[in-house]
Design a protein around this ligand. Structure first.
Ligand code: ADP
Length: 424
């Protein structure tokens, strides 16, 4: 599912950015072509001004002069004195004559030239298509010089092959650059959307794992309840009472597990928050210690407490939740420490941080397991299937401490066992 969403998102991002890129490129290309055409036409106009001066001021024009002008600017020149064409070396091709005819007819239909008002020389530059349609392929300049003996009509043509070639190369370059940029944008969109989707994918994976593990954990007590219920139908009074006890204890296990799951999901959905107030941690530790003394004593475990000798400043925390974390840690310590073992609860303050430690000399936690024990439903050794242990305790403890902006760390107790440290 995520692959599909990833591909679609990347495609959508890339398409939108590419569309903007193409629109901008086309706009830029249009402006650049327009200014190229304008500047080329302006320079043609300037050159025509000079050529018109040369052609109209000289009374005698030699073939060499005309040929030189033609070769210099890649121009084609046609001169007619009183409608009689002057011939010189380049004037021999019928195609050339056809283009000049087209230029004159375009000039005559387009510009209503009638009389010479101020100057005896009339000059007009224009661009036109020699085929009579499509894009212009020539610049033309009509020069008409009114003289006493009649009119000298000059047409100078400049093919736009070089300009068109330049525009064509520019378009190809732009298309290539846009295609390259589109490719780069798609790669970027692919990478970016991948990064965006990773946490969602991870979340989805964790949810699936959570549901699978929760179903697995609920199945065992449920199976016991169902078999006890069917067995109690057949059993005698005493057996029935025993089965009912089992149903009740398994029901309570299930209820505890459901409470833990609801608490964790509430934490993830942020519908739950800690209620911070000022609390005396030493009193809180002492109360928890007293509550756990009989539990430890039942397993012949020695429980001790170490508090600072001087009174500590109050700590900003949610005392109820900190007590819950301590209960989880002490409950684990009692469960994973053998008889005659020792558990020590201690508190220290360095002027900045409070450190609460629960150290036991029990079975310990391997280095491989240490980073995993805070995962939901993780149990280091499933074969030691302790009743009431679903692998959620440390996840809840870690979420509560995270909500306090604190840290929970696990290490080894010198001489064996594990030590959990809460830093607040
Ligand atoms: P559980 O309810 O199974 O104890 P937790 O999340 O509290 O779940 O603990 C996860 C796992 O971490 C336990 O299954 C156990 O293997 C290991 N663990 C936790 N506390 C201790 C401890 N004090 N000593 C040894 N192992 C521990």
């Amino acid at each position: 599912m995520f692959r599909k969403v990833h591909f679609r998102l990347a495609l959508l991002c890339a398409s939108i950015t590419c569309f903007i890129l193409v629109v901008m490129s086309c706009g830029y290309l249009y402006i650049s072509e327009k200014s190229l055409k304008d500047s080329s036409f302006t320079s043609f106009q300037n050159e025509m001004e000079d050529i018109a001066d040369i052609l109209t001021e000289n009374h005698v024009l030699t073939w060499e002069q005309l040929a030189k002008i033609e070769d210099q600017g890649t121009y084609h020149i046609q001169i007619a004195d009183n409608e009689v064409p002057l011939l010189f070396k380049h004037q021999s091709s019928p195609v050339r004559d056809e283009i000049f005819t087209a230029a004159w007819s375009y000039f005559e239909t387009r510009f209503a030239f009638s009389s010479f008002e101020d100057s005896p020389v009339y000059r007009m530059e224009f661009d036109f298509s020699s085929k009579g349609r499509g894009a212009s392929d020539y610049y033309g300049c009509a020069i008409i010089h009114e003289r006493s003996g009649g009119a000298l009509k000059i047409m100078v043509l400049m093919p736009l092959t070089a300009l068109r070639q330049q525009i064509h190369s520019q378009r190809i370059l732009f298309a290539l650059l846009t295609a390259l940029a589109a490719g780069a944008l798609f790669l970027f969109a692919w990478y970016f959307t991948r990064k965006l989707l990773l946490p969602l994918e991870e979340n989805q994976r964790r949810q699936t794992q959570f549901v699978a593990a929760a179903s697995h954990e609920l199945r065992t007590p449920l199976a016991v309840i169902l078999s006890c219920a069917s067995a109690s139908r057949r059993g005698n009074e005493a057996e029935r009472a025993h089965f009912l006890d089992s149903i009740q204890s398994e029901g309570m296990r299930m209820s505890g597990l459901i409470d833990d799951m609801l608490l964790l999901s509430g934490m993830e959905a942020h519908t739950w928050s800690v209620e911070m107030r000022s609390a005396e941690l030493d009193t809180l530790l002492l109360e928890t210690f007293e509550a756990f003394e009989p539990v430890a004593a039942e397993k012949s475990i020695r429980l001790s407490i170490k508090l600072p000798e001087t009174a500590l400043p109050p700590c900003a925390c949610d005392p109820g939740r900190i007590r819950q974390v301590l209960s989880i840690l002490l409950h684990n310590a009692v469960s994973y420490t053998p008889e005659q073992g020792h558990i020590c609860l201690s508190l220290a303050y360095d002027g900045k941080f409070y450190r609460i430690c629960v150290a036991d000399n029990g079975i310990g936690i391997s280095d491989y397991e240490k980073p995993r024990i805070f995962d939901r439903f993780y149990r280091a050794d499933r074969s030691r299937n302790q009743k009431g242990h679903f692998g959620l305790g440390l996840s809840i403890a870690s979420e509560i401490i995270k909500a306090h902006q604190g840290k929970i760390l696990v290490g080894d107790t010198p001489g064996g066992g594990s030590t959990f440290t809460i830093v607040l």
